[in-house]
Design a protein around this ligand. Structure first.
Ligand SMILES: Nc1ncnc2c1ncn2[C@@H]1O[C@H](COP(=O)(O)OP(=O)(O)OP(=O)(O)O)[C@@H](O)[C@H]1O
Ligand SMILES: [Mg+2]
Length: 149
């Protein structure tokens, strides 16, 4: 596989029941890198956080929105994007602060971006008001096989 990337993409309605689908789909795709349980849990968590953000913030829970996920494996790295064509974010720097949330009334803790940033090696937000938001993330997977070699 070295030298060639392996890609997949998914599009689904912005419904909270699809969050579990997205987690499982990404986990199944990344399984070929033989990740540790901890790595797998981290990836599923960041996908959940990003997809939830698209649904509740990007689309205000409107189920007519479309969330797109892409995943690409290159060598021992996984690159993930989660995109929506929703509201966008006015002040990304503020939004990325730990504990910042624009929906405190809904019992959100404002930790989604902080979790994504901490669980992944690289994390980037691109957004445009009224146009949508894309999260790009990368993580190197320490294959379980490597532990025995
Ligand atoms: N896809 C998105 N579209 C529009 N706004 C977003 C999007 N993702 C995040 N935001 C904004 O960034 C803020 C911070 O997001 P973050 O995930 O860190 O916290 P939260 O979603 O408010 O709370 P938590 O993730 O802990 O439930 C959100 O409150 C929201 O204002
Ligand atoms: Mg969040």
């Amino acid at each position: 596989m070295s030298g060639h990337s392996n890609k997949m993409s998914l599009e689904f309605s912005s419904r909270s029941e699809n969050e579990a689908f997205a987690r499982v789909a990404v986990a199944a795709f990344v399984a070929q890198l033989d990740p540790t349980l901890e790595e797998l849990t981290d990836l599923k968590t960041v996908i959940s956080e990003a997809v939830t953000n698209s649904i509740i913030h990007g689309y205000d829970n409107n189920p007519e929105g479309i969330v797109t996920i892409t995943a690409e494996i290159e060598g021992d790295q996984i690159m993930l994007t989660v995109s929506d064509r929703g509201h966008g974010i006015e002040d990304v720097e503020l939004a990325r602060q730990p504990l910042f949330t624009s929906k405190p009334d809904m019992e959100r803790s404002g930790m989604g971006f902080t979790i994504m940033e901490n669980f992944m090696d690289e994390f980037e937000v691109t957004t445009e008001l009224g146009a949508g938001t894309t999260i790009r993330m990368k993580k190197r997977i320490e294959s379980k096989k490597a532990l025995y070699n």
